[in-house]
Design a protein around this ligand. Structure first.
Ligand SMILES: [Zn+2]
Length: 323
């Protein structure tokens, strides 16, 4: 097998995740032979690694970059991140960068600049009403090749809403963010406060939307010291060895922390995985944004942030407090 090159790997969801790998080898006359190891004919493909050769060349030779791209198959609503998610999404020392609650021009834009300086990519879980207010920032995120998912229309706790209102919060966000982006977005979603219920999970599954929780909380919503945010993420990474990292692009202190965080992620030998959807979100009509939330606009989200700080219960609830 010495001439065989590993060209892809991924996982299947079969109750418990199973992995597969693909190899290629050059044959005389320029023919190429591909061999694969497939497990479980009735399983659903959940994620596939795409060759990093498809990425544009980075002008900075020692940049963090992207070590691999993982295409997420969102059919059936797979879950990622602790404690219910696919544990095989990431290998040892791999991280995924995620930013919630934006877009917010004064902090999202410097974060985009920091990511660009390191030729690396992140996933942004955006709030619908903020995307409608700052479409130019959403377009910038899309143009720079980052992945865009959503985080509800106005950051309400979906577990406390009726089914109808819960669906509006989810659908209106996807419609608004897609409209602002001007291009299709990913069928990726994160619950505000990581607060899910059987009803919300079932709805996401029925809509073929992948749900992302977190493995590592930066606690940037609680502590506005950039140094502390960097320290906390690196300390958690040292402990867990890999994971989906939660940051918030609404805080200027997070924007200050990101350049140093990226330097340390690279220096400690961690690698960034870029998540991309295998197919774009299929938005549907009939779910208009809630009008009273639209009137409150940005103030509504900021009030939630203040509430989180007051109660110290965290952006993302019990699991984040433990992370
Ligand atoms: Zn949030």
């Amino acid at each position: 097998m010495s001439d065989w090159r590993l060209i892809g790997k991924g996982s299947f969801l079969c109750g418990t995740p199973l992995r597969f790998k693909l190899w290629e080898v050059d044959r005389p006359g320029g023919n190429m032979r591909i061999a694969g190891m497939l497990l479980g004919a009735l399983c659903v493909i959940q994620s596939v690694t795409v060759s990093a050769e498809t990425q544009p060349t980075c002008p900075k030779s020692d940049a963090l970059g992207v070590s691999r791209i993982v295409e997420i198959e969102a059919s059936g609503g797979p879950r990622f991140g602790a404690p219910h998610g696919d544990r095989d999404l990431l290998a040892s020392r791999e991280v995924v960068l995620t930013f919630d609650d934006g877009p917010m021009p004064r902090s999202t834009q410097p974060i985009l600049a920091a990511l660009a300086a390191q030729c690396t990519k992140a996933t942004f879980f955006m709030i619908g009403e903020l995307a409608a207010e700052h479409p130019e920032v959403v377009r910038e995120v899309a143009e720079q090749g980052h992945t865009i998912g959503t985080h509800t229309w106005s950051h309400l706790n979906l577990k406390r809403l009726s089914d109808d209102k819960m669906k509006v919060q989810i659908e209106a966000a996807f419609t608004a963010v897609e409209k602002a982006a001007g291009v299709p977005i990913a069928p990726f979603f994160r619950h505000p406060y990581l607060s899910s219920s059987n009803a919300t999970v079932a709805y996401l599954k029925s809509r073929n939307i992948a749900e992302f929780a977190i493995d590592i909380d930066s606690f940037d919503w609680r502590n506005r010291s950039a140094a502390s945010v960097v320290r906390r993420v690196m300390s958690a990474l040292k402990q867990r060895g890999r994971g989906i990292i939660l940051l918030h692009d609404i805080h200027p202190s997070t924007a200050t922390a990101v350049p140093e965080l990226l330097v340390q992620i690279k220096a400690r030998g961690f690698r960034v995985v870029h998540l991309r959807p295998a197919a774009p979100m299929q938005t549907i009509t009939g779910y208009e944004p809630p009008t009273k939330d639209a009137i409150h606009s940005t103030r509504h989200v900021r009030a939630h942030v203040r509430e989180r700080l007051r109660h110290r219960s965290g952006c993302c609830g019990r699991r984040a407090a433990r992370a």
